[in-house]
Design a protein around this ligand. Structure first.
Ligand code: SF4
Length: 466
């Protein structure tokens, strides 16, 4: 099996290691150590100014981690040396709205099926999460099933994530009081506002408990704050879910979005919510797709590259750890490749934490009876990173996802939901590592062949299940 990493080594004479048997796992991780050092040297040559050392180490580390994740995925390993390339996190599990089909629905019969405790994450707890996972990852979605902007200290979460050069995205109803100045100052990269209508009456049919006027005022305030701070961030997206009751307002929403100064309008087809409210029907015909009002721009600014120096000590420590040693620490249990059975790529590139520090592999929320979904595979305590990534349930899920045959021992306990899951939800953002590296490495220190190899990786392609 020819991995993206191996192809890259063949392309790039500076880091070629012809005698390494790359299908031998320990050989691969030794080669990866050399790759990381060589990548750092290349970056350092192109960014020679004082104060760029941490930036260069961080980028080399993230690139190496992406190749490690790709390697594990192609070989269907159950235990991983890599860390998640993409993160998702709920600042709070709460939401003040009650949209149909959501786990915060006013329909108690539906909402009570979810295993969803109320919780709010402390900034210190998120700092620990960033220190452990931030150096390896390329992006974080700061939302899942809670309303992220209900957390008064949300901008601090963004700033912490940015200090590890993570691309940051959030999705919100914007239907609450928002400190637009702090939000813009945080450096948030992308904000998706969920607004399914262009009038109070239409909007309120689905966004129950939302205040359309407040949402529009908040959008205008964010646009004003961007101008006042001479910032182009966050990139503002108006997301319009098309139902039969609101599809006639897409045109009015487009006009309003342009007039406010939104960057992009997305008209999307939602999942059916009729199991919760039969009166709300998905529109079969609508002008689905996106309208751009602004030119796409690079999210990574030079001030962000410089800001990683605040974590210099942590970055240094992780950069100097060897991949080969990390492999030794997981017990050298993964010796070679296995057949490319069907599996789920979420298990290899992603990690999600809710505000109660519960770790799940993807964006699906855990559920209780009558159709339980056992998805809480670990709990993060601030230090147990390796156990979180390679928890009993996570490794069992990776192993059995491959074989599809749980053993008798497995069947005697609560099975990870992944083993029987067929849901395959789209991620909040695609793990586009090649695109990420092109954005952060503006001087093109890393060779084009590396981007080609990463873009060709099946793990980072737009097809979650191969
Ligand atoms: S198999 Fe299903 S539950 Fe498991 S990570 Fe993939 S999409 Fe999520």
């Amino acid at each position: 099996m020819l991995t993206a990493f191996r192809r890259f080594l063949e392309f790039d004479p500076e880091v070629r290691l012809p005698s390494i048997k790359l299908l031998d796992v320990s050989g691969f991780f030794s080669a990866l150590d050399k790759f990381q050092r060589d990548s750092f040297r290349r970056l350092r040559r192109r960014y020679p100014e004082p104060g760029t050392d941490s930036f260069c180490k961080l980028v080399a580390l993230k690139a190496a981690n992406a190749f490690a994740a790709d390697y594990h995925f192609r070989n269907r390993h159950a235990a991983l040396v890599s860390r998640p390339v993409q993160l998702q996190m709920d600042p709070t599990n709460a939401c003040h709205m009650h949209c149909p089909s959501c786990l915060h629905s006013a329909n108690a019969a539906w909402a009570s099926r979810f295993d969803w405790p109320s919780a709010t994450l402390g900034v210190g707890e998120f700092d620990e999460f960033c220190n452990e996972f931030g150096p390896f990852a390329t992006g974080i979605a700061l939302f899942r099933d809670g309303e992220p902007l209900l957390h008064r200290r949300f901008p601090e979460f963004v700033t912490l994530a940015k200090s590890y050069l993570l691309y940051t995205l959030t999705s919100t109803s914007l239907s609450m009081r928002v400190d637009a100045e702090s939000l813009v100052a945080s450096g948030l990269d992308r904000l998706v506002a969920a607004i399914d209508g262009a009038s109070v009456a239409t909007y309120s049919r689905y966004r129950r408990g939302g205040d359309f006027g407040l949402v529009i005022d908040n959008l205008r305030a964010i646009v004003r704050a961007r101008k006042a701070q001479s910032s182009q961030k966050p990139w503002l997206v108006w997301q319009f879910l098309a139902f039969e009751h609101n599809v006639h307002e897409v045109e009015a929403a487009t006009r309003l979005a342009r007039q406010i100064g939104i960057d992009q309008l997305v008209v999307a087809k939602p999942h059916s919510v009729e199991h919760d409210d039969p009166s709300i029907k998905v529109a079969e015909a609508a002008p689905f797709g996106e309208t751009l009002f602004s030119e796409p721009r690079n999210w990574c600014e030079s001030t962000e590259r410089a800001s990683v120096t605040r974590n210099a000590e942590r970055i240094d420590a992780i950069f100097s750890e060897s991949w080969a040693d990390r492999y030794g620490a997981i017990g050298r249990g993964e010796r070679g490749s296995r057949p490319a059975n069907s599996t789920c790529s979420w298990l290899y590139y992603s990690l999600t934490m809710d505000a109660a520090r519960r770790i799940t592999p993807c964006c699906l929320p855990p559920m209780g009876p009558p159709e339980p979904r056992h998805l809480v595979y670990a709990k993060f305590n601030g230090k147990n990173t390796a156990e979180v990534v390679n928890s009993f349930d996570a490794t069992l899920a990776r192993r059995q996802c491959r074989s599809g045959r749980p053993s008798d021992v497995d069947l005697a306990r609560r099975l990870p939901y992944c083993i029987t899951c067929t849901e395959n939800p789209p991620p909040p953002m695609w793990p586009d590592v090649a695109g990420y590296l092109l954005s952060v490495d503006e001087r093109r220190a890393l060779p084009a062949a590396m981007h080609v190899a990463l873009a060709a990786s099946p793990l980072f392609a737009r097809s979650p299940k191969p």
